[in-house]
Design a protein around this ligand. Structure first.
Ligand code: NAP
Ligand code: MG
Length: 495
């Protein structure tokens, strides 16, 4: 593994990285009012990629004014839906036209393997815009069977100015999950990317201007949580806040949003159970468990970090999973043969490696990994499989957000469901079995927003995504995101 990228960077990517990184407010790029900037780092080399304008409360205020103006003028919300749809289709096309560049940019800023940026993040971002472009012309009200002397109907209207705060694990994709449905419904947005990964959101801002989006409809404000983020959550001029990130910050957002009773939707953490019954196709289950926990270095909210295996197959399965994990190639994330890149930041590296010690101290056994994976610079951690874990250990209860699998034995179906549900989270779950009745029965019993059967991590813009319990509330994607971004109005007309 070499610290310096061996792969050539697309000249357009280098040019973009070198260009000034400003805030997008009211259709114009501008420095932060405070004049402050922060560094974004390449986590594979620990080198500074760019200095980025750091928004704080004053800039959020400015963005709210611009967004409010755009909303009230109706340049977007009152546009003929078929015309509004064209913009979303155009944004999808521009993402695709710039896909190679966006994939490299994402990998430079976040550290994820280029194959993932290229095959997952960027195409799914384009697909999300295209999916919601289709919705723009299909958001209906209803006529209601009221009294004979009344004509009663409902209108579905945009909520207004939306504050959207996103994490660093899927930067462009999370931006698209937030922006595409909000825009489809006629809302305007103030988007705050995570401080660790602001670059693709800024590039998306450029593409949106290229698509001709009216000024003020999308405002992009990189900055820190306690600065720009908390100002968005608390601002009385913002009508709705949508947040993806940690459960702790989700709680803060709810408190801050209570001032003006903003609509709130939260997509938070998880500790998802991946349950493997002995009748499953063990080869696919092992591969599914591997991808379920190690994709994006485990920095995935719905990662299957608790791998439950029925007692009689436990040793065999944990051996198989450990072998696969050990064979994953760690290295320069820009190299197409790399499977495991660095974690996003020093902070995540410290957090994840501290859990490796916690797991050992709790008595779990390291089957593979268990240590840092770099030979020089970069925040690399080896894919780690812990065996002999029980569900009450901290490594089975707390979201580690790194490449760490906790494998846990179970006795029978009831025990699997009981242990699977014995968590404060409820974002996702999976079950592997060839028994069709058991598959559906267990899917019903698991308290999670998404359940996968004989696969892991499938996402599609047509299917809702979100959490039970402390994994949040509200459902993104599918028709459910239309609910998140609209108000319903009843109209009565005396006949
Ligand atoms: P985080 O603090 O929840 O960050 C998510 C977003 O919220 C970022 O844009 C962050 O800004 C912003 N933010 C932070 N504090 C805020 C506040 N008081 N008000 C408003 N916005 C605020 O997550 P993190 O610190 O990056 O990661 C910590 C842990 O969160 C991870 O280890 C993982 O367990 C979990 N996490 C979960 C997800 C998920 O998809 N569910 C994603 C990321 C992390 P800045 O980052 O710019 O400061
Ligand atoms: Mg970065």
């Amino acid at each position: 593994m070499s610290a310096a990228p061996a792969v050539t960077i697309n000249p357009r990517v280098s040019e973009f990285v070198k260009s000034p990184k400003l805030l997008l407010i009211g259709g114009k790029w501008m420095p932060a009012k405070s004049g402050r900037t922060f560094e974004t780092i390449n986590p594979a080399t620990e080198e500074v990629l760019a200095n980025v304008a750091e928004a704080d409360a004053a800039d959020v205020d400015e963005a709210v004014k611009a967004a409010r103006r755009a909303f009230e003028e109706g340049k977007w919300s009152a546009m003929r839906p078929a015309d509004r749809a064209r913009f979303l289709f155009k944004i999808a096309e521009l993402i695709e036209a710039n896909a190679a560049e966006l994939a490299q940019l994402e990998t430079l800023d976040n550290g994820k393997a280029i194959n993932e940026s290229k095959n997952i993040d960027i195409p799914m971002a384009a697909e999300t815009f295209r999916y919601y472009a289709g919705w723009v012309t299909k958001i209906y009200g209803e006529t209601n069977p009221s009294s004979p002397d009344m004509f009663s109907y409902t209108l579905r209207e945009p909520v207004g100015v939306c504050g959207q705060i996103i994490p660093w694990n899927f930067p462009l994709l999370m931006a698209s999950w937030k922006l595409a449905p909000a825009l489809a419904c006629g809302n305007v947005s103030i988007l705050k990317p995570a401080e660790q990964t602001p670059l693709t959101a800024l590039r998306l801002g450029e593409l949106m201007l290229e698509a001709g989006l009216p000024e003020g409809v999308v405002n992009i404000l990189p900055g820190f949580g306690p600065g720009a983020g908390s100002a968005i959550a608390a601002h009385p001029g913002i009508d709705k806040v949508a947040f993806t990130g940690s459960t702790e910050v989700g709680r803060e957002i709810m408190k801050a949003a209570s001032g003006n009773l903003k609509r709130v939707s939260l997509e938070l953490g998880g500790k998802s159970p991946n349950i493997i019954f002995p009748d499953a196709d063990m080869k696919s289950a092992a591969f599914g468990a591997l991808m379920g926990v190690f994709l994006n270095q485990g920095q995935v909210c719905c990662a299957g970090t608790r791998v439950f295996v029925q007692q009689e197959k436990y040793d065999q399965f944990t051996d198989q999973l450990s072998q696969l994990a050990q064979n994953m190639k760690i290295g320069d994330p820009l190299d197409t043969s790399t499977r495991v890149g660095p974690l996003v930041s020093k902070e995540q590296f410290d957090r994840v490696t501290s859990y490796l010690d916690i797991g050992r101290k709790e008595g779990a056994k390291v089957k593979t990994g268990g240590e840092a994976g770099g030979q020089g610079k970069g925040y690399f951690v080896k894919p780690t499989v812990f065996a002999d874990v029980n569900n009450s250990m901290r490594i089975a209860r707390e979201e580690i957000f790194g490449p760490v699998a906790a494998t846990i034995a179970f006795k029978d179906e009831n025990d699997a469901v009981f242990q699977g549900n014995d968590t404060t989270y409820g974002l996702a779950a999976a079950v592997w079995t060839r028994d069709i009745s058991r598959a559906h029965a267990v899917a019903r019993k698991l308290k999670a927003g998404t359940v996968w059967v004989n696969c892991y991590g499938m996402l599609d813009p047509i299917s809702p995504f979100g959490g039970y319990k402390q994994s949040g509330f509200g459902r993104e994607l599918g028709k459910y995101a239309i609910e998140l971004y609209t108000e319903i109005k009843s109209v009565f007309v005396k006949l």
